[in-house]
Design a binder for this molecule. Structure first.
Ligand code: NI
Length: 173
């Protein structure tokens, strides 16, 4: 297992639509383990493979609190198959957009179908923080970031800030 580098905006990789996994083999297990380790080290509660530069449809999530045992969830090819009409608001953040938080409105409950680490297709009904987190991560697989759900003005401000920071970091090298 290894902690990988998390890519940040404005890296165009984050706009990539990730490709499905066709076979759950050792390579997929190793990647999921790296993703978990990277997420725990960050620390964060969710991570998509594209965030470590691998555009495949893999997501890891762990919503356990600090004093609880880890509860890792590994999702392969996850998709939302049902969403509630009822909406919920959460303050979201993203490891690829450090220190930016804003309120995003999404369906309050979703049913998600995915392949688990054992290769079985499962469906899971999600509500609360899990529903928000899963939708945020599945968005990553389609090249969508949480700031894409904000107003154009807010999004533009964030992108500008990170684009400037990236240019300055490059110039300093
Ligand atoms: Ni994110």
């Amino acid at each position: 297992m290894a902690v990988r580098e998390i890519i940040k905006i404005p890296d165009p990789m984050l706009k990539t639509v990730s490709k499905p996994i066709e076979r759950v083999g050792d390579d997929v297990h190793a990647l999921l383990d790296d993703m978990l380790q990277t997420m725990y080290a960050a620390p964060g509660i969710g991570l998509a493979a594209v965030q470590i530069g691998v555009p495949r449809r893999l997501v890891v999530i762990d919503l356990a609190k600090e004093d609880e045992e880890p509860q890792p969830i590994r999702l392969i090819n996850p998709q939302v198959v049902w969403a509630s009409d009822e909406l919920a608001e959460y303050e979201e953040g993203c490891l690829s957009i450090p220190e930016v938080y804003d309120t995003v409105t999404r369906p309050a409950e979703v049913k998600v179908r995915y392949v688990d680490a054992g290769g079985d297709t499962v469906e899971r009904h999600c509500d609360g923080l899990l529903a928000t987190c899963i939708q945020h991560e599945i968005d990553h697989l389609d090249g969508i970031l949480f700031i894409d759900h904000l107003s154009r003005l807010k999004r533009g401000r964030v992108v500008k800030k990170f684009t400037k920071a990236a240019r300055q970091a490059k110039e300093a090298m």
